[in-house]
Design a protein around this ligand. Sequence first.
Ligand code: GLN
Length: 291
Amino acid sequence: MTVLEVIQRSAEFLGKRGVESPRLQVELLLAHVLKLPRMGLYLNFERVLTPVELDEVRELVRRRGQREPLQHIVGSTSFCGLELAVNKSVLVPRPETEQLAELGWEFLNARASAVAGAREPVAALDFGTGSGCLAITLAVKVPAAQIVAVDISENALAVARENAARHQVGDRIRFVSGDGFAAVPAGMSFDLIVANPPYIPAAEIETLEPEVRDYDPRPALNGGAQGLDFYERLAREAGAVLRLGGRIMVEFGDGQAEAVRGMFERQNWVVEQVKPDYSGRLRFLAARLVK
Ligand code: GLN
């Protein structure tokens, strides 16, 4: 079978299984097996696959047909241009979260210039780090920054540590396990706190696509009855570890903007920005504290 035939047949198969963008998915799987960039497939449409290659592609397409996420099958994803390992212990980083990372590193870099020469380096806290995507991107983009990354899952932290080492920022990120602010080492404070907390209302988890419902860790999705539990904790507790002039930046789910804003405002935060993602949905909030 040729590359083109494999693409066509497998795309039809995945389409029937309810997989979104089936042709793209097959191309990515095939590129992975053949160790080619995806566009390289287009120059090789007539190439005949070896029996070994064909077996391998069939197996991966079968798994994708059972709605296992592509990122789990190939074992990694790209986030802000960085290749990050993922597995069942971490939420697969989403493209919209790249925008939160960008808001974060822009603020932190501005802050680093403003306080250049100060005794303490700029510091950021990643609340619920998962794969480490936010902590690692901040460390890469802000070379002066020290980062603390907290997660309640030891298994997630193992993935995050591996990712930090892969991008050579392990020495500037302190990974700590524990439940939210209780895990933050005593006496530490931060210029920036970022969080993409679990925000799916508990009862809605069963209605999600199988790739999310069956493969992202439940604790990384479940935001309690309304999906808002973590924003309440952040609004109440983050102030205690925020430095003067610092910011908190959070991501939230569809339709949660007003509720999240209200929670922060009731705890005396000044909401500076509520920003949409690239699909136009309100998705990010940035706030500072009047102290
Ligand atoms: N901070 C990680 C991310 O943004 C994990 C988030 C989570 O598990 N809810 O992908």
